[in-house]
Design a binder for this molecule. Structure first.
Ligand code: NAD
Length: 317
């Protein structure tokens, strides 16, 4: 059994990953600055003797090194990033620090301490807008349209260079939209929050035609562990459902029907929710399917389940 450090592990994906690693008998230390993640999200993890938490800014190599302290870490999962894409478009420093400098700093500490294995949470945002073309791992050119996507792509490039120089193994997992609980951001949480404030009216950013693939976090965590178990020296995988996704209009209707059936839905204009939003993408997960992983849910099923889970989290308490 190994000691896993999860940078950004107090957030949505991090607590689900930590629970799965602890269940497998590993030790887990979460390092997070609590800018978005919370102590309460980690509360269920504290039941495990192998769990610990250290608060630190992972974009500062000295602070991160100090947080690691005496620990002999075997593997790092790098999940620390900015999750507010519009905020990153408005101010480039947000993604520079939270999305890119976290990578630079984690690699710095891995080099100093000879920590050999890195797993990186990347994103479909690195590809940019490819319209109706099927996005597989070798498509190009890579032209991200948000600072978030740009800093994820820069992170991937830096990890590749580090792998050439000193990193033993690196895996890069390019997530689509991931949903479930404890939700910290995303379209479903946004709609549930809006209906809580104005139960008679739901405002949607854009005309609702944006269509994207959604993966439930349970399937994502299984994929991350599966990729780890493949043991490749340098691996790059898209992860997602096997479908073309679901529209924002359908998601809005599902949330409305479950939470406030009498509410009116008001759509905005244009097919982008915000600057940097890719309105539609078709994601290929053939490479990962070829290694024996497959998702248990499609986008619609994942959305249906996450809507129930997030309403329970936000409304029923
Ligand atoms: N959820 C998705 O739909 C999705 C899609 C694509 C990629 N990703 C990537 O997966 C990872 C996890 O996403 P998530 O949905 O759990 O997001 P999240 O915001 O819930 O978690 C990110 C965590 O990183 C922490 N963090 C941010 N900056 C930090 C810093 N400087 N030092 C220490 N901690 C810091 C936050 O406090 C938060 O707990 C992120 O890297 C994200 O970019 C997520």
């Amino acid at each position: 059994m190994s000691l896993h450090l999860i940078a950004g592990g107090a957030g949505f994906v991090g607590v689900n990953l930590a629970a799965a690693l602890l269940e497998l008998g590993h030790e887990v230390v979460v390092v997070d600055d609590l800018s978005r993640g919370t102590l309460s999200a980690m509360a269920p993890l504290r039941a495990h003797a192998g769990f610990s938490f250290r608060e630190a800014d992972c974009s500062d190599p000295e602070a991160l090194d100090q947080a690691v302290g005496e620990l002999e870490v075997d593997e790092i999962w790098h999940l620390a990033a900015n999750s507010d894409i519009p905020a990153g478009v408005a101010d480039y420093r947000v993604d520079l620090r939270q999305t890119f400098l976290t990578t630079a700093s984690i690699l710095d500490v891995m080099k100093r301490r000879s920590i050999p294995v890195l797993h990186f949470a990347s994103s479909s945002a690195i590809y940019g807008d490819h319209g109706d073309d099927l996005i597989h791992e070798n498509i190009g050119p890579l032209q991200p349209i948000s600072n978030y996507g740009a800093m994820k792509l820069a992170s991937e490039a830096q990890i590749r260079a580090a792998h050439e120089a000193y990193l033993g193994k690196a895996s890069i997992c390019r997530f689509p939209n991931v949903i479930g609980t404890p939700a910290t951001h995303g379209v479903i949480l946004d709609f549930v929050g809006k209906l809580k404030r104005t139960p008679e009216r739901l405002e949607v950013l854009g005309d609702g035609s944006q269509q994207k693939a959604y993966l439930h976090v349970d399937d994502l965590v299984r994929a991350m562990l599966h990729i780890r178990d493949l043991g490749e020296r340098f691996a790059v995988f898209n992860v997602g459902p096997i479908d073309d996704g679901i529209t924002v209009r359908e998601i809005a209707e599902r949330v409305r029907d479950r939470q406030c059936p009498a509410a009116d839905i008001h759509f905005g204009e244009g097919n982008r929710g915000w600057v940097g939003d890719v309105p539609r993408f078709r994601y290929s997960v053939e490479r990962l399917l070829g290694t024996g992983w497959s998702p248990s849910m499609g986008s619609r099923e994942a959305v249906q389940r996450a809507v129930d889970e997030i309403i329970a989290q936000e409304v029923r308490g």
